[in-house]
Design a protein around this ligand. Structure first.
Ligand code: ADP
Ligand code: MG
Length: 576
């Protein structure tokens, strides 16, 4: 390994030379307390920035053992250090010449505590940081002095401020770790307690805006308060008793007047699959890991999905057990989203009327009288919700403000009034008994879903001379090879780094797991288990620092939205 002084020497030597001279600095350097690895050097100041890594050995980092085990603590510790580092590197990143000169970037965590490849801690306590830097240039000439200031002064001192034991904020780090551990522990208790989700008293659920995931100012927000009847206590290992509202398994409705906080509650439930940072307002608001948001998304493509439990006998006699379209309707897209989620093992479905197709959710008595059932391809969700729970043990949490017919199929009814929940189950049941719904039940038995085997040749990230080209056009839209992949309907994705990881995982899986023989479920379960075993790095050999953990549901949903995807039936049939 070369010394840091040697790096300085080279940068002095290549000052003012043409940019290509930077290629010489690739390699590893000893900075005494850490090592700096320049893994990839950009070709010019406007190209993707150079990729760097810093390694702090365990004996230098001196992370207390209790922050490393079990795994959740290690993940939370890494998340915390990543956050601190993103904050410290912010001011260091500044223009130092042309193009991307002087930019220093590390993944910036949002409100959720996640595993990311930008900062990893191994079992021994070694810390690896991955970040990018724009090597300074004037025009296309090396600015050696700027590079020395950046790589030998600014970056090392920021790294040391966060990672060296002397300056580390150990008290806050411990709190962060305890919070993550408590949150994960509460989530694990849900199933045993017969719950889908839990929202603690005092939580702040509304967000600052539709594009700002931080909490609404405490002065403007009404804090959550569990209603009598749904109030219960869970136990967190560090914090102890946490009181709040439990949402039971089965079919739960969230009702109430417009603008009274229904969707906000559902959104908090959607995000309860993640642990949130201190001050987020959703700390300890937890949801079972298999809860999947389902929404309509007309225009999406669908590749041979079995939507026959919801839709049969379309006018052009399409086969709805293997439904394929390049342009789905609201109802077919929503049916496909459910089938795709169930295919990979979803245990709860979260649905909001705001983002649903009305005809998918309900067909009322008058409409049944006017339009003969034989002429209506759709079996509405209201006629499947109970069955999903009774036969498949799949719960539903549904926001519904307009369709009281749903009282007939509900186990629990939560009423939102001025942002506060009430238990309206008894009232709703009483009304349902008194005012009988005239509508007739539709739909027959639930038929097991047809299994699908993706054709790996149809998953093609190639573009021009590049065998793999994945570009984010927006935080939720990817140019995958030459095709656009729109993921904005996957509302439980919280970071761009998840989108990168999901699309890269699809590439990694193609040929390996998506091998033309395994079903969607077999392939994606295999892939997710590989990642759990070997870490997120297993999806990419380049030691990239811009991936974050993701679930099998978002992975399956992304795969299903690839417009090129083709699938066939498996040789042996298997079903859920
Ligand atoms: P609904 O789905 O019932 O129509 P929303 O959940 O969309 O209502 O909420 C309406 C508005 O009220 C939103 O702007 C939301 O941010 C705000 N809001 C929701 N819950 C709270 C709360 N607990 N305190 C303050 N404002 C809230
Ligand atoms: Mg709403």
């Amino acid at each position: 390994m070369k010394t840091a002084e040697r790096l300085r020497g080279v940068l002095e030597t290549i000052d003012r030379r043409s940019y290509g001279a930077y290629k010489q600095i690739a390699g590893s350097y000893d900075f005494a307390d850490f090592t700096l690895h320049i893994d990839y050097v950009q070709g010019d100041p406007f190209a993707s920035p150079s990729r760097l890594r810093a390694l702090f050995a365990a004996r230098v980092a001196q992370l207390p053992e209790e922050l490393l085990f079990p795994e959740i603590r290690r993940t939370a510790t890494a998340d915390f250090l990543n956050r601190q580092l993103a904050r410290e590197l912010g001011p260091i990143s500044r223009p130092r010449g042309s193009g991307k000169s002087g930019m220093v970037r590390i993944l910036k965590p949002g409100q959720q505590i996640l595993e990311r490849t930008s900062l990893q801690i191994d079992l021994q306590g070694q810390i690896v940081v991955r970040f990018t830097a724009g090597l300074p240039a004037s025009g296309r000439r090396v600015l050696g002095g700027q590079a020395i200031e950046m790589l030998l002064k600014a970056v090392p001192s920021a790294l040391r401020r966060v990672l060296a034991p002397a300056t580390r904020d150990l008290e806050r780090l411990r709190r962060h770790v305890r919070l993550a551990e408590d949150s994960a522990a509460l989530r694990r208790q849900l199933s045993d307690r017969g719950l889908v989700a839990f929202i603690p008293d005092g939580a702040i659920l509304p967000r600052r805006s539709g594009v700002d995931d931080r909490p609404l100012a405490a002065s403007e927000a009404v804090r959550f308060q569990a209603p009598e009847g749904l109030r219960l206590t869970l136990n967190a290992p560090n914090r102890g008793a946490v009181v709040g509202m439990g949402i039971p398994q089965g079919v739960t409705l969230i009702v109430g007047g417009g603008y009274h906080g229904k969707s906000t509650l559902l959104r908090a439930i959607e995000k309860g699959i993640y642990d949130h940072i201190e001050g987020d307002g959703r700390e300890f608001a937890v949801t079972v890991p298999g809860a999947v948001k389902i929404r309509a998304e007309d225009g999406r493509s669908i590749a041979s999905v079995d939507i026959s439990n919801f839709i049969t006998d379309l006018p052009r006699a399409e086969d709805t057990a293997h439904f394929t379209t390049a342009n789905a309707s609201g109802s077919t897209s929503q049916a496909a989203a459910i089938a795709e989620a169930l295919e990979v093992g979803a245990t709860s479905l979260l649905i909001d009327e705001d983002t649903s197709a009305t005809n998918f959710m309900i067909r009322d008595a008058r409409m049944q009288a006017l339009v003969d059932e034989a002429d209506e391809p759709i079996t509405p969700y209201i006629d499947r919700a109970r069955q999903l729970h009774a036969e498949l043990r799949v719960s539903t949490v549904l926001v519904v403000g307009g369709a009281g017919d749903y009282f007939d199929v509900a186990d629990t009814v939560i009423g939102m009034r001025r942002y506060l929940p009430a238990d309206l189950t008894a009232g709703a049941k009483e009304i349902a008994a008194r005012q009988r719904s005239e509508r007739a039940h539709e739909g027959g038995p639930w038929s097991p879903l047809q299994q699908r085997v993706p054709d790996p040749a149809s998953i093609d990230p190639q573009k021009g001379r590049k065998s793999v080209s994945i570009k984010l056009q927006t935080p939720t839209r990817v140019l995958f090879g030459t095709h656009e992949l729109e993921l904005s309907a996957l509302e439980q994705i919280v970071e761009e780094a998840q989108v990168r990881a999901i699309t890269q995982a699809m590439v990694h899986a193609t040929g390996r797991w998506l091998d033309g023989r395994r079903t969607v479920r077999e392939a994606l379960v295999g892939l997710v288990e590989e990642i759990r075993r070997e870490g997120l790095d297993s999806i990419d050999s380049r030691q990239a620092g811009d991936y974050a953990q993701f679930r099998i549901y978002e992975l399956a949903a992304a795969l299903g939205r690839l417009r090129t995807l083709r699938v066939q039936a498996p040789e042996r049939s298997e079903s859920r």
